[in-house]
Design a protein around this ligand. Structure first.
Ligand SMILES: C[S@@+](CC[C@H](N)C(=O)[O-])C[C@H]1O[C@@H](n2cnc3c(N)ncnc32)[C@H](O)[C@@H]1O
Length: 394
């Protein structure tokens, strides 16, 4: 039987999530069985009750949620043959990894139904050594998901910076895991400006501008002047374009840039004009200027994040850090949007969602972990609400 833990606050705590709405919240906890979609509809997160925790098996609970509801799902399922959860669901304990992967595909098919058509799914999944063999589970899983209709947009390396101790004498320490960004249609919600690193400021050396990444133009100028691959006209045009780019950096019209010069640098993706517009420009003009985006650069696909150990005292050894969820939430759900974690554990995704002014649904088979999730979500909600109230006071 499904148990829903529905949480409301007793006192006025401020505005959530849309400014301008001050509401009363009441604590109510129900262990009543939720067997029908109509019952669950009345419990879905709203402005008043921003999160819902569902106690039960991910696939079963997802089936009860309405279609096209969620903006973004972030999760880390039990890894194959890594640890035993008291769920009794057996997910991760399959003898054959193909059974594990097929079950994940089935669960995530149900998750896809619950996602909006323009939604995103972020999957953190780790690998396993079995009989000496590194199994390659993450890529096998993602290839199976692609075959099931998902579109893979990024394979992010989560660099754990410190890694775990490893006493084996014949292999390296494992330092990373994968996070896959999957979508269901070619056009999907993505707010890149929410996650850009703000552009740095130029500096000046001997009266000359130096871009935030250290481009002064000296090296490019030398390469152009000494080039045997550029004609005199191409050289003159390249020098003019370089001077203009540096002027734009000086007066703030462009934050930074790179230059590609024929015979000196490769065009970034491919040197073949068949595949790259830059390669075509290089052939035609002999050079091209690559401006950085005015609002800053997007984060790369290697994330250096130290794993969480705060919750180890709760006997939960597989919590992912909150930072893992921040880029996915900011980029792929709007403010006030709905975020889902079907293997919510201690509620890290929910906490990150609440802190960023989103609503959340968490599912887990462990009532104990959901208890921790509830405690953490309540705390996050309290702080969020207080901050919002203070913002409106000043
Ligand atoms: C890797 S942990 C997720 C940890 C989570 N990211 C956190 O911050 O705590 C996997 C979770 O899946 C839960 N679980 C195992 N089998 C499940 C199932 N069939 N349906 C839902 N949850 C399940 C476990 O109880 C565990 O909390």
């Amino acid at each position: 039987m499904t148990k829903a833990i529905l949480v409301r606050k007793k006192k006025k705590v401020g505005r959530y999530p849309a400014p301008g709405i001050l509401r009363n919240h009441f604590v109510a906890e129900t262990s009543a069985g939720i067997d029908t979609c109509s019952r669950i509809n009345s419990l879905l997160p709203s402005d008043e009750v921003p999160y819902l925790l569902l106690h039960g098996d991910a696939e079963t609970e997802l089936r009860k949620l309405p279609e096209g509801l969620v903006h973004c799902a972030i999760t880390s399922p039990p890894y194959w043959r890594q640890r035993t959860y008291e769920s009794g669901s057996g997910l991760g304990a399959e003898n054959d990894r193909r059974d594990y992967i097929s079950r994940l595909v089935r669960i995530f098919r149900e998750l896809r139904r619950v996602l909006r058509k323009d939604g995103s799914f972020w999957l953190n999944i780790g690998d396993t050594y079995y009989k000496k063999q590194l199994c390659g589970i993450p890529w096998q899983a993602v290839i199976a998901l692609q075959a099931d209709g998902w579109i893979l947009r990024n394979a992010i390396i989560w660099d754990k910076v410190k890694g775990n101790p490893d006493n084996s004498k014949d292999k390296l320490r494992n330092m990373y895991e994968f996070i896959f960004h999957l979508v269901m249609s070619e056009e999907y919600y993505y707010n890149a400006d929410e996650i850009r690193n703000p552009p740095g400021q130029p500096s000046y050396k001997n009266g000359k501008v130096v871009t935030p990444t250290g481009v002064s133009g000296g090296k490019y100028k030398r390469q152009i002047v000494e080039s045997k691959d550029l004609s005199s006209l191409e050289k003159a045009n390249a020098l003019k374009a370089l001077t203009e780019a540096l002027r734009k950096v000086t007066d703030g019209r462009m934050p930074d840039f790179r230059m590609i010069i024929r015979g000196c640098q490769r065009s970034t993706h491919s040197d073949s004009p068949e595949f790259s517009g830059r390669a075509t420009e290089l052939i035609k003009r002999g050079f091209c200027i690559l401006p950085y985006h005015a609002n800053g650069t997007k984060p790369g696909d290697v994330w250096r994040i130290i794993p969480e150990d705060e919750w180890r005292k709760d006997q939960h050894y597989a919590v992912f850090p909150k930072e893992i969820c921040q880029i996915p939430i900011k980029a792929t759900s709007p403010k006030g949007g709905l975020v889902l974690d079907p293997f919510a554990g201690t509620g890290t995704t929910l906490v990150a969602a609440i802190e960023l002014g989103r609503r959340g649904i968490g599912i887990d088979t462990s009532a104990e972990y959901l208890g921790v999730a509830r405690h953490r979500a309540e705390h996050a909600l309290q702080i969020f609400s207080e901050t919002q109230s203070q913002r409106t006071l000043f």
